[in-house]
Design a protein around this ligand. Structure first.
Ligand code: ADP
Ligand code: MG
Length: 626
């Protein structure tokens, strides 16, 4: 025997082992998805070959048979065999594809899964673990495969029981393509029923473009014939009126492996100077990796109904990365690569139209179905917000789609639109007031709000990480300017109905006191002044209108960047009991401790932390004991 044909045992990468362990022990109720996954891989392999034949016919001219996927059931052996005449795999490919998880995202996912240990059963559908899902139903799997580029009739046999190892062996194979034999567990015999298989194929694979066939054995003639069991026409090429809601939903689950139904979708068949079809879905829930801007996203690209690539990111902006779907262009060249897409005018135009289409879909949704829109916002709002900074052209449309927390509607979920806010505008109010903070609770309890509460003026409360960044770009809405209430602002005085502007006299009366504070705090502050913003709080710090805000500086620090320390303006509430008390203090040292303590208190309220908390505690303890 040639030494190449010997069986060699390999060990799965540890991440794969973990996945397999989960599969084998999974109580996942939706077991049938294994077939969807296998068919989807077979269909991909056939489309890849079709594409290779078109882009380099010289290498594949001998392969003329049309692509098909065939399933046969063997009750006595308890096996399901799924074959395709697609591109197949080389030995190297099979080791890489079925033995290793290359995507680092997958590894992170597994780590998180281990930590949280929740939703184990849910994750199979959400995550789409693809090939490995066969181990939900099979106790052993054999994969025979020969790559279309291999001309010496030599293929590979890959076998595994999903328990940590697999074997690989070179064997003679006449046909190119892949054949997968699943040896079913005793408990999974239902998948040997023809009607069951037909039902599953109908459900998930009716609208893939490749025909799926099931074998029929004729007892009399003792021959096998094949029956086509799916429609085998790409769903998106059908007229919209011929597609049912259910078919749209099922196609979505085939496309995304999401167990949830999609929230909404838009399907457009465009013929004109540019001809293309798009079918784009907005999911119901975020996936675990949506946060990561680098992670896989984008549309599945077809050219003239030929599959080209997954995750084509060039057709939608990054802030719409939650959109799933397909784009099928009549005009792009078949040999299009990611690089070509990047610099292609056609692609740019398509991106513009598809972006508008999604934004219009969302605008309609918010007008027609507030509840659904809220569901969308709760899941994806934080991503959509990036659009304010990224997409100047559509900034107005996106602004209309934003939702916020607000002082008046003190709810944890963001429900207030900018139009809602404008409806509550007060007489003489010129600006849209907002406050950014680390969390909704800390925003809601901020002393900056005191004057707004008293005057019944609403304030938008922002506490998502992207907010500070977004607010650098969101400067106006319907001709009203945005104003951060933690920055100095002279126009605010106009609303101070309950407290008139402080008369000069009062300022003079306390000028010596203010002077003393300035001396004590020296270069720690930019300015010290009397305020009429406060009711329950003795002191507050503000940033000057042109200085960097506290939240912005925190963002920089979190990103590992150096920023100059902010110099705050300290404002004093002369009506407050504590201030009245310390006004009487004559001893300079004692006054210093009080002032420093109050200043640090204000910093603590503003930043949520202190550079030297121990010093602060010492000061408090000292004041408590004298
Ligand atoms: P995915 O399909 O998301 O890439 P899978 O786990 O389903 O992940 O499959 C892993 C890889 O194995 C595929 O990307 C493909 O390269 C290879 N593969 C699986 N099934 C086949 C097949 N029938 N023909 C050719 N390659 C296949
Ligand atoms: Mg797959």
């Amino acid at each position: 025997m040639d030494k190449n044909t010997k069986k060699k045992t390999h060990i799965f990468q540890s991440e794969v082992k973990q996945l397999l362990h989960l599969m084998i022990h999974s109580l996942y109720s939706n077991k049938e998805i294994f077939l969807r996954e296998v068919i989807s891989n077979a269909s991909d392999a056939i489309e890849k070959l079709r594409f290779s034949k078109l882009s380099s016919p010289e290498n594949f001219s001998n392969l003329i048979s049309p692509g098909k996927i065939q399933i046969s059931l063997n009750k006595s052996e308890k096996t399901i065999t799924i074959s395709d005449n697609g591109i197949g795999m080389t030995k190297k490919e099979i080791i890489n594809n079925l033995g290793i998880i290359a995507q680092s995202g997958t590894k992170n996912f597994l780590k998180n899964l281990k930590k949280n240990n929740t939703q184990k059963n849910d994750f199979i559908g959400k995550f789409g673990v693809g090939f490995y899902s066969i181990f939900i139903v099979a106790e052993k799997v054999a994969v025979y495969t020969r790559h279309a580029n291999i001309h010496n009739n030599l293929g590979i046999l890959w076998e595994s029981e999903g328990k940590g190892t697999y074997t690989i062996q070179e064997i003679p194979l006449k046909e190119i393509g892949t054949q997968i034999i699943l040896y079913l567990k005793d408990t999974e015999k239902e998948f040997l029923e023809e009607w069951k298989i037909k039902q599953i194929v109908k459900k998930y694979s009716d609208h893939i473009s490749i025909p799926v066939e099931i074998s029929k054995y004729d007892e009399k003639t003792k021959t096998i014939s094949w029956e086509k069991i799916n429609k085998a026409q790409s769903l998106w090429t059908l007229p919209k009126t011929n597609i049912t809601k259910k078919e749209y939903q099922e196609f979505y689950s085939y496309l995304t492996q999401d167990t949830e139904k999609p929230l909404i979708w838009t399907h457009n068949i465009i013929e004109g100077s540019q001809s293309y079809i798009n079918l784009m879905y907005i999911p119901k829930k975020t996936t675990w990796d949506m946060w990561n801007r680098e992670n896989k996203h984008g549309l599945k690209l077809y050219v003239k109904n030929v599959y080209i690539m997954d995750d084509a990111t060039q057709f939608l902006p990054n802030y719409l990365r939650f959109v799933k779907g397909i784009i099928d262009s009549q005009d792009l060249p078949l040999n299009v690569s990611r690089e070509i897409l990047q610099n292609n005018e056609l692609t740019k135009n398509l991106k513009k139209t598809l972006t508008k289409r999604i934004l219009t879909l969302l605008t309609k949704l918010q007008d027609q179905d507030q509840k659904k829109y809220q569901e969308f916002w709760n899941n994806f709002g934080i991503i959509l917000k990036e659009g304010i900074a990224e997409d100047t052209e559509n900034k107005d449309i996106i602004s209309n789609l934003l939702r916020f927390n607000s002082l008046k509607i003190s709810q944890k979920i963001q429900t207030v639109s900018l139009n809602d806010y404008l409806k509550n505008f007060k007489e003489n109010q010129e600006k849209i007031y907002f406050l950014t903070a680390d969390s909704f609770d800390s925003a809601l309890n901020s002393p900056h709000l005191e004057i707004f509460k008293e005057n019944n003026i609403d304030v938008l409360l922002l506490s998502d990480r992207v907010d500070e960044w977004m607010m650098n770009y969101l400067l106006e809405f319907k001709n009203k300017k945005f104003q951060s209430i933690s920055k100095t602002d002279i126009t605010l005085e106009k609303f101070l109905k309950s407290k008139p502007i402080l008369p000069e006299k009062i300022n003079q009366k306390y000028s010596l006191f203010i002077q003393k504070i300035k001396e004590i705090l020296d270069n720690k502050v930019k300015d010290v002044r009397i305020t009429n913003r406060l009711t329950n709080t003795p002191v507050i710090v503000l940033t000057d209108s042109n200085d960097m805000s506290t939240q912005m500086s925190k963002l920089f620090v979190a990103a590992g960047q150096q920023v100059p320390t902010i110099k705050y303006i300290l404002e004093i509430n002369m009506e407050h009991k504590l201030i009245k008390k310390i006004l009487k203090i004559q001893e300079k040292e004692k006054l210093s401790i009080w002032i420093e303590m109050l200043f640090e208190q204000a910093i603590l309220a503003e930043k949520g932390n202190l550079e030297n908390p121990n010093n602060f505690i010492k000061k408090i303890n000292k004041l408590l004991t004298i």
